[in-house]
Every structure is written in structure tokens, then in C-alpha cells.
Design a protein around this ligand. Structure first.
Ligand code: ADP
Ligand code: TYD
Length: 203
């Protein structure tokens, strides 16, 4: 079972991915918790290239190649071997993030993202949690972390708003695997809903 968390920056994906991993491990499941961009040694190196520096450091087209290269390494070395071994893989972001951030943010490049995905990645999650919330709340939370990986946050609130709408449209496009979760509640309340859905899917 391959589970992903998606949503705008600061929506609580990392927090929820960790809480779901804890929940499933407590129930005796073998869980690999990972993230994108990154999740393997090579992909973590690419992470620094894409998340630090000026917003206009890379074009959207170059980013599609960098994120897809990172994902391919992550898939070959971490995700596919774990799924083959029968483990549950939980990833904080995956290909839906490229469909949104590179496919929608600077013109319509969704077709290019999908073609490269079909060629190099193919795999889709079995279950995707979209943690949905107001862009202002997400951006305030993300900025509150005060890190160096702020390249996409620095695109501003307009981008966050478009990404939110885009993710909701994506959930409607792939209703079989997407579950939309209201992220504007306590972490425990969100986690309880996520755990109930994951338990049903795994049963
Ligand atoms: P994401 O991975 O989506 O960017 P994080 O899980 O890193 O989000 O959360 C962003 C920030 O918001 C963190 O400082 C985290 O502690 C906080 N946070 C996470 N979930 C909640 C919540 N339900 N309510 C309030 N703050 C939260
Ligand atoms: P992440 O570490 O999940 O940041 P956050 O916790 O703020 O949500 O992801 C960092 C950024 O990378 C995020 O702004 C979205 C961007 N991103 C893409 O643009 N394309 C992708 O394919 C992925 C996986 C992430």
C-alpha cells in the first residue's frame, strides 16, 4: 500500500504523515515514512537545488526535470523495494505536487508533467490525503518555521491560493484515490480522521 499526503505549504502534511506512521506501527505494520523532494541520498541532494535560493532560479520546465529525476531515484531505491517487501510506504508529497507546482504555477505545463511521469515514474499512490485549508493559514504556518527551504513560499500567497484550487480539482479528477481532509483543526482531530480512512483501506 502506497499512501501520499498532498496540499499547500504549511497545511500539516509532515505532521500528519508522521502521526499516521506512528498509528500504523502501533498496530504492527511495517511502515516506511519518506518525503519528496528527497527520500533517497541522491534526491536529497537535488532537494537543496530546488528549494533554496531565488524563486526565479529555475524555469518551470527545468524544475519538471529536476523533480522527476529526484522522484525516479527515490522510487528505484526506496519506494519500489519497500512495496515489493510488503511494507506500507507513506510519502509526504509525490507526483501530484509536480502536477500542481510545475504544471500550473507558471503557465499550463500539465501535459509535459504527465508525459514525463508516464515515461519515467508511472506509479500512482493507492491512497492520497489532500490536507486542505485556507492559503493564508498555510503560508503563516510555513513561514513560522523560519527555515532556508523557502523558495516556493517566496512565490507568495497568490501561488498558494492557485495551488489550493488546483489540488481540489485534482482530487475531483482522481476520486478513487483522493480523500480531502479539512486541515484547519487540531492535529489530533485531523489524525483521527486520516487513521480511520487508512485503517479501512488496509483492511
Ligand atoms: P507541511 O508539511 O504541510 O508544510 P507541517 O506539518 O510541517 O506542514 O506543519 C507546518 C507548521 O504548522 C508546523 O510548525 C506544525 O507544527 C504546525 N501544524 C501542523 N499541524 C497543525 C494543526 N493541525 N494546527 C496548528 N498547527 C499545525
Ligand atoms: P515540502 O518540504 O513538502 O514543503 P512544505 O512543508 O512547505 O509543504 O516541499 C517543499 C516545496 O517543494 C513545496 O513548496 C512544494 C515544492 N514541490 C514542487 O514544487 N514540486 C514537487 O514535485 C514537489 C514534491 C515539491
Amino acid at each position: 500500500m502506497f499512501i501520499t499526503f498532498e496540499g499547500i505549504d504549511g497545511s500539516g502534511k509532515s505532521t500528519q504523515a508522521r502521526m499516521l506512521a506512528d498509528h500504523l506501527r502501533a498496530n504492527g505494520r511495517d511502515v516506511v515514512l519518506t518525503r519528496e523532494p528527497g527520500g533517497s541520498a541522491g534526491a536529497e541532494e537535488i532537494r537543496r537545488l530546488v528549494l533554496e535560493g531565488d524563486p526565479d532560479r529555475w524555469s518551470a520546465e527545468t524544475e519538471i526535470l529536476l523533480f522527476t529525476a529526484a522522484r525516479r531515484d527515490h522510487l528505484e531505491r526506496v519506494i519500489d523495494p519497500a512495496l515489493k517487501a510488503g511494507k506500507v510506504v507513506i510519502s509526504d508529497r509525490f507526483a501530484d505536487s509536480t502536477r500542481m507546482y510545475q504544471g500550473l504555477s507558471r503557465g499550463d505545463l500539465r501535459g509535459t508533467v504527465d508525459r514525463l511521469h508516464d515515461m519515467m515514474i508511472v506509479r500512482e499512490p493507492d491512497l492520497t490525503f489532500l490536507i486542505d485549508m485556507e492559503p493564508e493559514t498555510g503560508l503563516a504556518r510555513a513561514k513560522g518555521r523560519n527555515g532556508t527551504e523557502e523558495r516556493f513560499e517566496d512565490f507568495g500567497a497568490g501561488l498558494q491560493a492557485r495551488m489550493r484550487e488546483g489540488f481540489l480539482a485534482l482530487a475531483a479528477e482522481f476520486p478513487a484515490r483522493f480523500r480531502v481532509i479539512d486541515g484547519d483543526r487540531s492535529p489530533e482531530m485531523v489524525a483521527a480522521e486520516v487513521a480511520a480512512i487508512a485503517d479501512r483501506a488496509l483492511a
